[in-house]
Design a protein around this ligand. Structure first.
Ligand SMILES: *[C@@H]1O[C@H](CO)[C@@H](O)[C@H](O)[C@H]1NC(C)=O
Ligand SMILES: *[C@@H]1O[C@H](CO)[C@@H](O)[C@H](O)[C@H]1NC(C)=O
Ligand SMILES: *[C@@H]1O[C@H](CO)[C@@H](O)[C@H](O)[C@H]1NC(C)=O
Ligand SMILES: *[C@@H]1O[C@H](CO)[C@@H](O)[C@H](O)[C@H]1NC(C)=O
Ligand SMILES: *[C@@H]1O[C@H](CO)[C@@H](O)[C@H](O)[C@H]1NC(C)=O
Ligand SMILES: *[C@@H]1O[C@H](CO)[C@@H](O)[C@H](O)[C@H]1NC(C)=O
Ligand SMILES: *[C@@H]1O[C@H](CO)[C@@H](O)[C@H](O)[C@H]1NC(C)=O
Ligand SMILES: *[C@@H]1O[C@H](CO)[C@@H](O)[C@H](O)[C@H]1NC(C)=O
Ligand SMILES: *[C@@H]1O[C@H](CO)[C@@H](O)[C@H](O)[C@H]1NC(C)=O
Length: 705
């Protein structure tokens, strides 16, 4: 399949060239995204570089996901001349900015190739492994930066990287420690006296340690230094090495590592960058730590292993990167593949894979997910639900690891409502529950989500015993849906920005499917019949339809605001009916949707419902996947995918993959300001919900990797 990959790449490069995205002669494959992931592994290790800066990579400024600048520079010296490769300030006397030749992203690498005059070519490979079945590898809070060089003639080459306290979340209180042991060179920066589990105002963790490290290997001379950036960079530029001094850290300083390759024509060096939290998560008052700590209980041993694991991690990534391209292209073409490759690190990078900090019991795995950007809630059920297709496709066990902390909390009885909880903590990393019963209630939404996620996990893995363990919880929420799933009091659903409403058609569709799923999962046909009767009323009897029966309205009932024929909703909740082949809704419902959605296509997409001017990248993937097997459904699926691709590549945006954009001009109505710019992203960045882009691929079945 390799031939397929490369010929498709050429096609999309050709498209780029004609659409003018080729900047200053560099090529971008598969496309130029809004932002490139550099070190993206968990909610607190999330460094990116905006796409509009990479043409000048040598002086680009990387950012934390929320947009604040990070200092992270890379310099190289060839035969005595210093070249700026990345993140290096304009003013470094007598140095030469290398020129970008190409930029590429895969699902785990962002790779930049630069020319240092005609003397050498450098490749910077920012590699954040996505290895959800290798729990040690996945939980390590580090990323690789490998710098490779090809020189025209044998020359002395040295490569340098530095960082500063922009990574610690609080300047002015930084403590630096330096360790050289077992071949590992390690700087750790932390905030003196930081409060455990606290964040700064821009979402950076304060209580851990930022690390920059390297490991000795044959033929490479490692030196280190710390001081003002001008002094340390000048020292590297003039001497090609650092003085091995690590004085007390002062604000404004950098810590730096240089690796000398000797006289060579080609070679490479690797740096590790990371953010370590021993107490990673506060789960109901108990500290949980990274899974890796069962084997590597301290930062030095973990980092040493991380370097030793490089070849295996690289080989795994090459296999899964190309498998993903192959599967995505086969499922829905190159636009789809381009989207999934940019999605993967962000989706897995929203979570931490943990075990208890005290027992380090590796059978007690829990994954915690941060509702990044929207509010910081922990394991929000209506974030797990939209994101679940990525785990379903790549690592179904994750579904259990994500649900365990919720279910174990519900089992304590401390959550007293008759419906499922929204999340298990108001702000990551404090998964402390809601004993006060105060949270953002979404009764039908979360009750349906929990049942459908359990259905996804159990059917993907065959672990029916687990379903029995929590049967009473699932039954309680199924009973809630029987009562409240069709005659729905005013309540919020997942698009909470739009306010609470009664009788939301899309929500009732979820209730119907969840009840049928519960019935099938636990052999309780009477629940399935309630689900089928909801579906029958909503669709066949037309309760949820407009009078001409062309689409589902936003609301149904006699006393609702958005129940007019012109009101519609993209009913993404219908997708699990197709994915799980439940048959809750007849095939004609999906035919109707396939005919309807194209009629709502606006300037840059289909607004998510008739109130709003924006669309959602992941929910429209769900809607596209739902109809993909119907007549006309492939065209609708591709319309939704192409809309997201156009948004991702329109050159108007620079944050990490935003999942919401303005699809039509704002009308100044309820939700749709007149200043909204069509094609621009709307507020959110780096949310793990993008995992929902895997919905189309999920149709090929669970556990494909
Ligand atoms: C962040 O970096 C950009 C690009 O180098 C620069 O223009 C901007 O002023 C920086 N912002 C701050 C707050 O330092
Ligand atoms: C987590 O809880 C601790 C202890 O109550 C608090 O100090 C910290 O600020 C909280 N973290 C966040 C991000 O809210
Ligand atoms: C280069 O190394 C020499 C000898 O170690 C040292 O005296 C000198 O200060 C270094 N140069 C710079 C610019 O730091
Ligand atoms: C986590 O475990 C380590 C090693 O046993 C211990 O030193 C540390 O205090 C623990 N942290 C918390 C917050 O319990
Ligand atoms: C480890 O965790 C598993 C799963 O929670 C539990 O069944 C087992 O008893 C635990 N083992 C120990 C030694 O605590
Ligand atoms: C389904 O049948 C079971 C067993 O008889 C009963 O406990 C449950 O209440 C019934 N549920 C519904 C929705 O009919
Ligand atoms: C919601 O739908 C139910 C069932 O059709 C209906 O009885 C109820 O009146 C509707 N509520 C509103 C506010 O229209
Ligand atoms: C219609 O809904 C409004 C707002 O929810 C409510 O105040 C009113 O009593 C309802 N009218 C009827 C006839 O149910
Ligand atoms: C990708 O999407 C764009 C923009 O919507 C569309 O013009 C193009 O034809 C699509 N490319 C492929 C290969 O489907």
């Amino acid at each position: 399949m390799a031939w397929m990959f490369s010929s498709l790449l050429q096609v999309s490069l050709f498209c780029l060239a004609i659409s003018g995205v080729s900047v200053s002669g560099a090529t971008f494959s598969p496309v130029l995204p809004p932002s490139y992931p550099l070190a993206v592994r968990n909610p607190y290790l999330s460094a990116w570089v905006p796409g509009n800066q990479v043409a000048n990579l040598a002086t680009a400024t990387p950012q934390f996901w929320q947009g604040q600048n990070l200092t992270w520079s890379v310099l190289a010296r060839v035969g005595g001349t210093t070249y700026k490769l990345f993140g290096a300030p304009a003013a470094l006397s007598s140095s030469v900015a290398a020129t970008l030749m190409s930029a590429e992203y895969t699902s785990s690498h962002s790779v930049f190739t630069l020319a240092a005059r005609d003397v050498a070519t450098f490749t910077l490979d920012f590699f954040s492994p996505v290895s959800p079945k290798n729990y040690v590898r996945q939980s390590l809070p580090f990323s690789y930066l490998t710098v490779s060089v090809d020189a025209k003639t044998a020359s002395k080459v040295q490569i340098y990287s530095d960082i500063d306290e922009t990574w610690t979340g609080q300047s002015g209180a930084t403590v630096s420690t330096f360790t050289k042991s077992g071949g590992v060179t390690l700087f750790q920066l932390s905030v003196n006296g930081a409060v455990q589990y606290s964040e700064n105002a821009r979402s950076q963790a304060l209580w851990g340690q930022t690390i920059l490290g390297a490991k000795a290997s044959t033929g490479i001379t490692i030196t280190h230094g710390s001081g003002t950036p001008s002094a340390i960079r000048a020292e590297f530029a003039s001497n090609g090495s650092l003085s091995n001094a690590a004085p007390a850290f002062a604000t404004g300083n950098v810590v730096a590592i240089s690796q000398g390759l000797g006289s060579i024509t080609s070679g490479s060096v690797t740096f590790g960058i990371g953010y370590v939290r021993e107490a990673a998560i506060n789960y109901l008052g108990n500290a949980r730590t990274g899974y890796y700590r069962a084997q590597y209980p301290d930062t030095l041993s973990a980092l040493s292993f991380f370097f030793d694991d490089y070849a295996d991690a690289l080989s795994e990534s090459k296999t899964s990167d190309s498998l993903l391209v192959q599967k995505a292209v086969a499922a829905a073409g190159t636009n789809y593949s381009d989207i999934l490759l940019l999605t993967t690190r962000q989706a897995y990078g929203g979570s931490d894979l943990t075990i208890p900090n005290d027992t380090l019991n590796t059978s007690d795995i829990m994954v915690f997910l941060k509702e990044i950007s929207s509010d910081g809630n922990v394991n929000t059920l209506d974030v797990l639900f939209p994101a679940f297709p990525i785990w379903y496709v790549m690592s179904p066990e994750y579904l259990r690891f994500l649900l365990e902390p919720i279910l174990q909390y519900l089992e304590t009885g401390r959550w007293k409502q008759p419906f499922a909880i929204h999340d298990i903590g108001t702000h990551y990393p404090n998964a402390t529950g809601h004993d006060d019963q105060v949270e953002e209630d979404m009764p039908v939404e979360e009750s349906g989500n929990l049942i459908l996620l359990a259905y996804a996990y159990i059917t993907a893995t065959g672990n029916t015993a687990w379903g029995q363990d929590y049967l009473s919880i699932f039954t309680k929420y199924a009973d809630y849906l029987v009562t409240g799933g069709l005659n729905e009091p005013v309540q919020l659903a997942t698009n909470d920005c739009c306010g609470p409403l009664a009788n939301q058609t899309n929500l009732a569709i979820k209730a119907a499917i969840a009840l049928n799923a519960y019935g099938k999962l636990f052999g309780a046909e009477n629940y399935s019949s309630v689900g089928l009767s909801f579906a029958n009323q909503l669709f066949t009897n037309g309760l949820g339809l407009d009078s001409a029966k062309t689409h589902f309205k936003l609301q149904y009932g006699s006393n609702v605001t958005y129940g007019k024929d012109s009101d519609y909703a993209v009913v993404f909740n219908i997708f699990p009916d197709i994915l799980f082949n439940l048959g809750t809704f007849p095939s004609s419902a999906f035919d109707m949707l396939a005919s309807y959605y194209p009629t709502q296509q606006g300037q840059a997409g289909v607004p998510l419902d008739s109130r709003v001017d924006w669309s959602s990248t992941f929910w429209t993937h769900w809607a596209g996947a739902a109809g993909a097997k119907q007549t006309g459904g492939v065209e609708v699926r591709d319309m939704f995918i192409d809309n997201v691709w156009a948004f991702m590549t329109n050159g108007m945006n620079t944050p990490p993959f935003s999942d919401r954009w303005f699809a039509v001009p704002g009308s100044g109505g309820l939700i749709g300001g007149t200043g909204d710019v069509v094609g621009a992203f709307d507020t959110w960045r780096n949310r793990p919900v993008v995992g929902g882009h895997f919905a189309v691929l999920a149709l090929d079945g669970p556990g494909q990797f």
